[in-house]
Design a protein around this ligand. Sequence first.
Ligand code: HEM
Length: 496
Amino acid sequence: FKRNVRKVSNLPGLRSLFSPASPLGVLIPTSFWNPGLMWFWDWRNQVYPRYGSQTISALGLLNGHPAFYTISLNVARQVLSTKGQFEKAPETTDVLGFWGRNLFTENGSEWSRHRRIMNPAFNPETYALVWDEAANLYQEMTSAEGWLDQNEILLPATHDITAKFALIIIGRCGFGEPMPWDITGRSLGTAFSQALRTVSGASIARAIIPRWMYRLPIKRLHEIETAFNTLDAHIEDLIATRRVELEEREQNCERKDLFRLMIRANEGEGILAMKDEELIGNTYLILLAGHETTAKTLDATIGFLALHEDIQEELHKEIMSVVAGDRKINFKDLPVLILTEACFLEAARLFRIRQAPATSISRDTTETVVLKTDEDSHGGHIILEPGTRIIIDVVGLQCNPKLFTDPEEFRPSRWYGASADKLIAFSLGPRACIGRKFALTEAVAFLANLLRDWRLHAVLDPGETREQWRARVMQPSRSLDLTLGIREFPIRLTRR
Ligand code: HEM
């Protein structure tokens, strides 16, 4: 323990039996004696002020890797923008690496190879396609769900709609799968999306629970095992089918869709080749990272908009200012829809994603690094020995009152003209989210179409105020999901 205290330069911070990111720390619920998985949410306004610093340490007396946690944008910039001094530790990426090494799990030249293969797919042509597909899918959805002749709709759980929407968009635009709204029987269909949901909700548990335990008569573990096997079968099927289709269509198609680039790299040789297991690993990664995050942020956006009818009215004005005679909203309108985009960014600020057990964005040093801190204590800097872990506490950072006035307020206008790196939800630097623009395009297209046609209303309990509704509903789900998202909630739509 003393050695670990020295490792974190004696910096004050959390001291508990199990460190917050250790398997036991994660599995035991957050309480006064165990920070657990949710401390960064439950204690977000107390911990850093208690230790008088934007960077603190966390140590487990019995087990767990000692670590620094920071809500300082300056420290985050140093960690995420400096090349070569920081890398991802394997145990922090395991949750997205079950199926094969991939862009998310790799470091150094291996990471660079994956990124060079996949980067060309994230281009303006793809974003235009995302926009058009999102607009078409919205029309298909309203027709298939029977919304066209309704004036009022009660959606029992927004996530059912947003998750399906985001999965189909990544299927169509990333994988060239012509998925309809009714996805029953498709290779990325209903069985696949249910399995994907189970897997996403169980990945952290899967990384922690030893494999032999899956042979015990525990129903939940068998469900997890079945979901993982179902995904395997679907992904193999998807790769085989698309490989044949690509052979047939190759002559006439110029588009650099992501899946085509990955399959070509898998068939190729040389420095930009991709191994079979990497193709599978990246396929999973894109399917998981490319839909859950967007869907959950859309859920949060819908929740906040339902609370703030004044912002909805402003948003509707913005949308109607670009609507053409046929009520279509076009890709060229994207730069004008600044409030629509700002609402999504603001929801991402308040409900950002989590991608590894109990951590946010985590890096280990590869050499001794001196980080400048914002406080004068410790001489204004901390020294990180090689192998020291530093975790960007994204929830804390995005609620940091030194960066955001009234941080708990949903105030989209704070993003007007704001520096892009103030929103850390997509991370910063060379390893920032490759799908940021993809997600933003999809989200703005979805929201603009939805808000053009509908008013959103919170479904209040009898006698409940909006503030009470927010306190009850706008809370994260406490499961071991890969992504931190608002728990499921119903919403009422009335036609404009
Ligand atoms: C609201 C939506 C999204 C959010 C908040 C988000 C957030 C993030 C964050 C924070 C990272 C960095 C993680 C780290 O360094 O530890 C990341 C990486 C990544 N994201 Fe996203 N993401 C979103 C949507 C998407 C979409 C739509 C795609 C794909 C189409 C995607 C694909 C990826 C990939 C492949 C990486 C790994 C990049 C690398 O390591 O080079 N994400 N994302």
